[in-house]
Design a binder for this molecule. Structure first.
Ligand code: HEM
Length: 218
């Protein structure tokens, strides 16, 4: 049987130093586990309250995913991708992140920061700023991340195409040198999970007697 797990791929790409490989596999495993599971928990919660989004995803699964396992199948599932982006904007798996200042510096807005200070950015709050995301920022509308694919002479080629968002407004995966190394893998993994679950189950919201909704603790 051929093995294609992460460890196998590291070793196969020429990384033979035991410490390097161990550190990286642990880092990938820890970084990838809680983030994607938290993202999916909130995603399914939103889906359970938005049957219109659920049925649009089901249509996409029907059209594009025969097995739900192949990379090229889930890669093209743009509506599901947009729904995940939108869900993680409202409920980011890494809601707050911090950095330590290594040299005295001045931020773009004029704020002076001194060596040793901690600088925090609040992804959860940033995902809810009306000036960035508009008055309807709280709505779960994946269409906001999509546009119709219009080709030569106005003939639509495909129903949806992803609209790129400014990564500095959508800091979910960080940007630049510290960008999440597993970003693409995260989407691939989550889309496969979404296909696997929604193909078999209808996700329904739990009826709570006290009427309370789940609380997001950042
Ligand atoms: C929705 C899921 C995920 C989110 C929101 C997320 C978010 C992030 C963020 C914000 C960072 C930067 C931390 C920092 O330096 O400040 C990061 C780093 C990292 N992520 Fe993810 N991540 C996700 C999934 C994954 C997955 C699935 C993997 C691997 C399979 C992964 C692997 C890593 C690694 C290795 C780093 C460290 C990069 C470095 O040291 O510069 N992540 N992630």
């Amino acid at each position: 049987m051929e093995i294609h797990d992460l460890l196998f791929r590291f070793l196969g790409s020429g990384h033979l130093d035991k410490k390097f490989v161990t550190d990286n596999v642990i880092s990938f495993t820890l970084s990838g586990r809680d983030t994607t599971s938290v993202a999916l928990a909130w995603f399914f919660w939103l889906i359970s309250n938005h049957p219109n989004v659920d049925s649009e995803i089901l249509k996409e699964i029907e059209e594009k995913s025969k097995t739900g396992a192949r990379y090229d199948e889930v890669r093209d599932m743009v509506y599901t991708h947009a729904a995940l982006c939108k869900s993680m904007r409202l409920y980011p798996p890494v809601p707050i992140d911090s950095k330590e200042v290594v040299i005295d510096d001045v931020l773009l807005n004029g704020t002076k920061v001194k060596r040793g200070m901690a600088v925090l950015y609040h992804v959860y709050a940033m995902g809810r700023i009306e000036q960035i995301w508009g008055k309807d920022w709280a709505e779960f509308q994946p269409e906001k991340w999509l546009e119709c694919g219009v080709a030569w002479r106005g003939v639509a080629t495909e129903k949806w195409r992803l609209v790129a968002k400014d990564s500095f407004n959508y800091l979910l995966f960080q940007v630049g040198l510290r960008i999440c190394l597993g970003k693409e893998m995260a989407f691939l993994h989550m889309k496969r999970m979404v296909v696997g679950v929604l193909k078999r189950f209808k996700v329904v919201p739990e009826k709570r007697e006290n009427g309370l909704e789940p609380d997001f603790v950042a």
